[in-house]
Write a protein that binds this ligand. Structure first.
Ligand code: SF4
Length: 382
């Protein structure tokens, strides 16, 4: 698996330390969205559908440092929007590295060759290139031809400069298992340092609502893909084996939404990276005031089909530490892709979905108007 030993050891020590302190809820990965503006408009994206005054907002360097100092997570994943549109991104990455954090900078790679000289290779810094499959799959997913080729070119460039490079791959219900397995073979051949895969989350505002996976289809799809790569052992996944085991239907986990707390231009997002049902001003307020039991599979309609890494990876990490021999067995033998699946969480008592998006947008727009804080330079340098 593609998790560097140093990173695995430091995260393991952090998790054990949290347990010894008796903390029931603690963060693992800060999900930072320092802007929503993007230079693509993907069909399955639920993050960029905002009016221009909100797309023009940025978290400052100081906001970004305050977010990690507040929450203390050992890892930061920077997403968006497209982070390379943020002028202060090199300083933000540097600021996190100086604090001893592991930094994953997610990008669609369109600007990578232009910006690469602003960054330096570091053992704790990884580029995570968005690639949702082979050329046909990815260009369809991002609704633009030629993006796959640019991303592969960027991977080669970053590797040649000595950077750690991984890909993040989101799969939808039209993913072909054989093509996906062949794509993972191709990615491995590029010498990637890691691969993360996840089913897409059915964002209520995504333009394409037809291609999101439900739980059963997710498990079947991942079984089919992983069976073509020795239960996943063929590929350098940088996510926990137990998360892959969960995707293949061998575990029925509850999510750990506080494991990946999300800071956006709205504040700390409640309850998780995928759902924006409210915002807290501080990390403490997020942890103390979120009604966590109202969310998760079986509790809330919008969670019914969620099996996304940002919700369940933290659960899988905790399960790995609770059951190390079981996790070792899966790592050695590969993920089981045949036989009965674990019984899933019943959905009959879940509360109905609430639709609160427009309220948040209106409040943010009013705040922007009030403070007149709109940046004059509305689009960062490209
Ligand atoms: S299941 Fe958990 S991670 Fe997924 S949308 Fe619901 S609260 Fe968020």
């Amino acid at each position: 698996m593609g998790i560097p030993l140093l990173q695995a050891a430091r995260i393991g020590a952090y998790v054990v330390g949290q347990h010894l302190r008796g903390r029931r809820r603690y963060p693992l990965v800060l999900m930072l969205e320092p802007l929503f503006r993007c230079n693509l408009a993907c069909a399955g994206c639920g993050k960029i559908d905002y009016p221009a005054p909100i797309l023009n907002q940025r978290l400052s360097y100081e906001d970004c440092m305050e977010a990690i100092d507040e929450c203390g997570a050992p890892v930061v994943s920077i997403a968006g929007g497209e982070p390379l549109l943020h002028k202060e991104m090199p300083q933000i990455v540097q600021g996190y590295l100086a604090r001893g954090k592991f930094v994953i900078l997610c990008t669609n790679a369109l600007l990578l060759s232009k910006k690469i000289d602003e960054y330096k290779p570091h053992p704790a810094f990884t580029w995570s290139i968005h690639l949702d499959g082979n050329q046909a799959m990815h260009d369809k997913s991002v609704c633009q031809r030629g993006v796959y080729d640019k991303a592969v070119e960027a991977i080669r460039l970053a590797k040649s400069r000595g950077f750690r490079v991984s890909i993040n791959c989101t799969l939808f219900n039209d993913a072909d298992p054989a093509q996906t397995a062949a794509f993972l073979d191709d990615m491995k051949a590029l010498g990637l340092d890691g691969i993360t895969v996840s089913p897409g989350y059915a964002y209520e505002r995504a333009p394409d609502q037809q291609h999101f996976l439900n739980r059963t289809k997710t498990k079947e799809l991942f079984r089919d893909i992983l069976s073509r790569g020795r239960g996943g052992r063929n590929w350098p996944f940088s996510q926990s084996t137990m998360f892959l085991n969960f995707l293949a239907g061998n575990e029925a986990y509850h999510c750990t939404p506080w494991g990946n707390p999300t800071r956006t231009v709205f504040g700390w997002q409640k309850p998780c990276y995928l759902l924006g049902e409210g915002y807290a001003k501080t990390f403490r307020e997020l942890m103390d005031d979120t009604e966590w039991d109202k969310y998760g599979v079986g509790n809330y309609e919008k969670c019914a089909d969620c099996m996304v890494h940002s919700g369940f990876e933290a659960t899988a990490v905790q399960e790995t530490l609770k059951h190390p021999l079981k996790a070792l067995g899966v790592a050695v033998r590969g993920v089981r892709t045949e036989g009965p699946m674990a019984e899933d969480i019943p959905l009959d008592k879940q509360r109905p979905a609430e639709y609160v998006f427009s309220g948040h947008v209106e409040r943010k727009l009013a705040e922007i108007r009030r403070t007149k804080s709109e940046p004059k330079d509305t689009m960062a340098a490209e």
